[in-house]
Ligand binder design. Structure first.
Ligand code: AR6
Length: 179
């Protein structure tokens, strides 16, 4: 399942599937502060990229919540991995600020490195417990606002692992575009 939406001159695509097999120039990893492989989408990305990814991550000195770091993609189809650390959901207002920073800092880093296509997973909505509907609104509004100001990014894909997550993002996006 997938759906494409035009935002100014760029495409925002919702896709139901596995981020490790996407062939956008960069894929985003929902990492931990140590940038160690861990579980969830991060474990899957490290397994698919191979052990060289962890070797490079070890040298980066970790990553704070809301920030982003760039590595090579090694055995992945994607040339780069952008690692960002989402907030652990706490119910406080700072959660959405940190989540917004994750998307914004990845897109900025992509733009600075002339990356034109990028895939995101649904950051923080697994182990870190962020409710999917709330997270989808933050993610999509941040991406849309960025694309309106940065037309150098041609394609942003949100890769949603489950059908439920895909449907939640789709209804949030249609509501945002209608308002
Ligand atoms: N492709 C796309 N999305 C996926 C995939 C995949 N292959 N696998 C899982 N997801 P999570 P977080 C979805 O827990 O909440 C790790 O251990 C999943 O369904 O991976 O940010 C790190 O090391 C969910 O919707 O990330 C950190 O310690 C989304 O990806 C911690 O988990 C995010 O789930 C980060 O937690």
């Amino acid at each position: 399942m997938s759906a494409k939406y035009k935002i100014e001159n760029s495409i925002l695509e919702l896709f139901n599937g596995d981020i490790t097999v996407q062939d956008t120039e960069a894929i985003v990893n929902a990492a931990n502060k140590q940038l160690s492989p861990g579980g969830g989408v991060s474990g899957a990305i490290h397994r698919a990229a191979g052990s060289q990814l962890w070797e490079e991550c070890k040298k980066l000195g970790g990553c704070n919540t809301g920030k982003a770091k760039l590595t090579s993609g090694y055995n992945l189809g994607a040339k780069y991995v952008l690692h960002t650390v989402g907030p652990v959901y706490s119910g406080s207002i700072s959660d959405s600020e940190y989540l917004k920073d994750c998307y914004k800092n990845c897109l900025l880093l992509a733009s600075q490195n002339k990356i034109k296509s990028i895939s995101f997973p649904s950051i923080s909505t697994g182990v870190f417990g962020y409710p999917i509907k709330e997270a989808s609104i933050v993610a999509l509004k941040t991406i849309i606002n960025f694309l309106k100001e940065h037309q150098e990014i041609e394609l942003v894909q949100m890769v949603l692992f489950t059908e439920d997550t895909y449907n939640t993002y789709k209804s949030s996006l249609e509501k945002i575009l209608k308002d």
